[in-house]
Design a protein around this ligand. Sequence first.
Ligand SMILES: *Cc1c(COP(=O)(O)O)cnc(C)c1O
Length: 339
Amino acid sequence: MIDLRSDTVTKPGPGMLEAMFSAKVGDDVFREDPTVIELEEKTAQKFGMEDGLFCPSGTMANQIAIKAHTQPGDELLCDALAHIYNYEGGGISFNSGVQAKLLQGNLGRFTARQVEENINPLQDWLCRTALVAVENTVNRAGGSYYNLAQLKEIAEVCKKNKIRFHMDGARIFNALTETKENPAAYSLLFDSISVCFSKGLGTPAGSVLIGKKEFIRQARRIRKVLGGGMRQAGFLAAAAVYALENNILRLKEDHQRAKRLAEVVRSLPFVESTFPVDTNIIIFSLSDRIKPEDFTDRLAQNKIRVSGFGKQSIRMVTHIDFNDDMLGKTIEVLKNLPM
Ligand SMILES: *Cc1c(COP(=O)(O)O)cnc(C)c1O
């Protein structure tokens, strides 16, 4: 089976499993798991941040950040395509009592000017704008990314207006693979970043939320309230430490395979349009005469799985368990689909 539905479908290889089996663990709610502490420190250091918090999922890491940065009745600014708004079960309002003002960005990326124009002045009858959240890379827009200069402009607007700045970095290493920027430069811009290990980095679970010491102290308390305090989580953290050391440089391969797949997809007569493919996500739409279910069924008959992504859209995501042989087979099947 070739599974292109998501970069979350990967399974740990022998090196990662070995690291997990031999992890030193303890009760992390008591702060006694050395591997969790190692992962939190290493992730924070990489981005020049003071401290980190290991969370069961990217959703929880984002939701904890939103809760820590806001008060009920506040507003946050994010793009209309943002994961925190679209795919976290309404958590912004459920967990934090906060509402979202949606910005219409370019492929999921908005500008400093748009932020400036959407900050509410301080009036009793207006929502307090408390937080700006960017997503990097943007899942819903085919893995587009920001560069540091764009983020710096937004950060300056946030600082000037005393607004917190969060990055949903579920695929931050995919972005950094392309920009070749130093992750440590991010610490000057952001109050918090969530970094996911179960996407491109290929671990079974987990995200690390990073920020200043005081923020992480507050975040740790919120994690417990949300039910995310884990005990011998070092077995999972060990996979993430292994991924930090071994699975970042190889992301370039995923991007190259995605670009090759995109070229083929664009050449298919029944494909109407394709998002630019900047990293590892290919989103395209089928012409009206094709039912998306028929397309996905035909691929499934050839042992290839992709996801329907709303209306006529299809998403394919390359990852560590998708190799060159599978790329060759997928291209052959796509080119010969009787549609
Ligand atoms: C996957 C993802 C998350 C986190 O999702 P979980 O499934 O909860 O780990 C957050 N943001 C983006 C952009 C994502 O793609």
